[in-house]
Design a protein around this ligand. Structure first.
Ligand code: GDP
Ligand code: MG
Length: 600
């Protein structure tokens, strides 16, 4: 297939607008998968993804389609569906020439539609708007077309209205892909050059890399060099995803396919990297960024004896997800553990679920934090990834500024919620940029917000205050100076490092008091009194106490039968297992750490 017979495209959409359903339907119409394939929604393979209905790891597939007697190779390049993965989305888009912008005919444009549109627009892709779910009684395709014109200035005269579910109009989508999306430009005779846009770890063959070939030809046995690391690899297998890996003899300019290079971990296959052939270096593709963690959390084994088991589980899981960073860490309260870095909170949740499900390790997660930058008066900078490492007060005279990461957020909601949405953003230290009506009663509003503010209850509040009608998406926009302070929790006068947090000064007292109260609610009485205090930059701002209890569980059956007594003692032992002994013998339940995490 020469480049002019190839189309590389993606589908971008807000969650649940039908991306996976349309992908399935395209594979079915082109005979790539059979109609009653057991594997429904082929493109959403992973278990966590299925449960949550989100695509975390992209799944790409090729298909063949004949139009007017000409056979075309269509490469559907799937993109991760969540803002945490926006860098990976942008690299997947960089492998395409066009994209289908899919919008639900009932829900209309949502925040993720807007964010994805701008990513695609930034990559100069040809954008084909498609309205989906027109089979539903509440579908209003005319209104959605007007929104598309208003928000994106796209021509909607011949807009496709389809039902990915019933198949209505899907044939026309294929025709539009062929007729409207430009073919890739590339030169078969130029030196080989390919963009690495996705990877995963396969237990049998090792790391699989997905590449978009710009120029040249690749064959088995060729030697490839990574422009980023300079490492050289032998091509041991290559081919196309049809829809699973299918070996081919070669990949040419314009093609999208997989290569197996004998890499040991996905860390060697950095998304956005450029491959060239040994001996003929080329200019690397622009836009490469190493994976960047924006949310950090501590991870500790509940039982110190499980440390090695936890380490092994982490090693196995990160083989497949190089975007999680892992560093050893120790805490005086929790012992030996790890500090993990994630692309965002969803990424963190997904990883945590995998860890718990697949490896059955009982772990304690500390409250998530964004990275903060400490800028010293001598110009040096330090990144704080753990609140416990926030500089102590005596160091403050040497500090010029603290900086925190900011995001540009997009909110879309029915206009009756304008007041409550402005209130929500305001109380989360947001700064309004602008707002526009995308139709008679829908508002699109932009806010600049500190990233830390959206880690907590922001999203839940957004949904509950609008009965689920608001959508939100964001992009990172760098660091800004901020008046930050450290909040410590003290148990019987001893600060617990694993419970420290960094907040803006204006929120510090409220957070301190709330955390102390919440902690009191999840802790049980012990044999001695427990005093819970919270401090802001070392100044105590509140105090709670839990009175002592004499726990004699067997008293009730004194003189009773021995098996009942044994059973009760067993139960007490089991109950104890979920507690972690921290400062001064005080026991904390696992959920203490999680409770603090949810909102502040
Ligand atoms: P994604 O999150 O964009 O991948 O969305 P999915 O493809 O998983 O679809 C979300 C839900 O919408 C699923 O329950 C689909 O069955 C449903 N859906 C998708 N397309 C259509 C359609 O054209 N009509 C109707 N009625 N439902 C659809
Ligand atoms: Mg999906």
């Amino acid at each position: 297939f020469p480049p002019e017979k190839v189309r590389n495209f993606s589908i971008i959409a807000h969650i649940d607008h039908g991306k996976s359903t349309l992908a399935d339907r395209l594979l079915e119409k082109t005979g790539t998968i059979s109609k009653d394939a057991l594997n429904k929604q082929f493109l959403d393979k992973l278990k966590v993804e299925r449960e949550r209905g989100i695509t975390v790891k992209a799944q790409t597939a090729s298909m063949f389609y004949t139009h007017n007697g000409e056979k075309y190779l269509l490469n559907l390049i799937d993109t991760p569906g969540h803002v945490d993965f926006s860098y990976e989305v942008s690299r997947s888009l960089a492998a395409c020439q066009g994209t289908l912008l899919l919008v639900d005919a009932c829900q209309g444009i949502q925040a993720q539609t807007v964010a994805n549109f701008f990513l695609a627009f930034g990559e100069d892709l040809f954008i084909v708007p498609v309205i989906n779910k027109v089979d539903l009684p509440s579908a209003d395709p005319e209104k959605v077309s007007r929104q598309i014109e208003a928000a994106f200035e796209l021509d909607t005269t011949n807009i496709l209205s389809i039902s990915a579910k019933t198949g209505l109009g899907v044939e026309k989508v294929l025709v539009d892909i062929v007729n409207q999306i430009p073919p890739p430009v590339g030169d078969r005779s130029a030196p080989f050059r390919a963009l690495l846009f996705d990877n995963w770890y396969d237990q049998y063959v090792g790391v699989v890399c997905l590449i978009a070939v710009r120029d040249g030809t690749l064959k088995k046995g060729d030697k490839l060099v990574s422009a980023h690391t300079g490492n050289t690899y032998d091509v041991t297998d290559l081919g196309i995803m049809y829809p699973e890996q299918q070996t081919t003899t070669s990949l040419h300019a314009g093609h999208v396919g997989y290569v197996i290079l004998g890499m040991k971990t996905t860390r060697d296959a950095q998304i956005g990297d450029t491959f060239y052939k040994e001996g003929s270096p080329v200019k690397a593709f622009p836009g490469f960024q190493p994976a960047k963690s924006m949310v950090f959390a501590g991870l500790y084994p509940m039982d110190a004896a499980d440390y090695t088991k936890l380490q092994e589980a982490l090693d196995r899981l990160t083989l497949n997800d190089a975007s999680v960073s892992v560093a050893r860490e120790s805490s005086s309260a929790l012992g030996q553990g790890f500090r993990l870095g994630f692309l965002g909170t969803l990424h963190m949740d997904v990883f945590r679920e995998r860890l718990e499900e697949e490896y059955e390790a009982t772990v304690i997660n500390t409250s998530p934090t964004v990275p903060y930058i400490v800028r010293y008066t001598n110009g040096q900078e330090k990144v704080v990834r753990n609140p416990a490492e926030f500089p102590e007060l005596d160091e403050h005279p040497k500090i010029a500024a603290f900086l925190e990461p900011m995001v540009a957020g997009t909110l879309i909601f029915p206009s009756q919620y304008l007041g409550t949405m402005m209130d929500l953003c305001g109380s989360h230290r947001g700064e309004q940029q602008d707002y526009t009506y995308i139709d008679d009663n829908r508002v699109m509003m932009r806010y600049k917000l500190p990233m830390s503010e959206i880690l907590t209850d922001f999203y839940d509040q957004l949904k509950s205050r609008t009965s689920g009608y608001a959508s939100f998406d964001y992009e990172e926009i760098g660091f800004e100076a901020s008046d930050l302070v450290k909040v410590n929790i003290l148990l019987n006068s001893k600060p617990v490092d694993a419970l420290a947090t960094i907040v803006h000064r204006s929120h510090a007292e409220r957070v301190a008091k709330e955390w102390a109260k919440r902690l009191k609610n999840v802790m049980s009485k012990q044999l001695f009194e427990i005093i819970i205090q919270a401090s802001v930059n070392n100044r105590i701002v509140c105090r709670e106490s839990i009175s002592a209890v004499r726990k004699d569980v067997t008293a009730k059956c004194y003189g009773g039968d021995i098996t009942r007594k044994m059973k009760l003692l067993e139960r007490q032992k089991a109950g104890k297992k979920r507690l972690k002994t921290v400062a001064g013998g005080v026991q904390l339940p696992q959920e203490a750490f999680l409770t603090l995490m949810k909102g502040s």
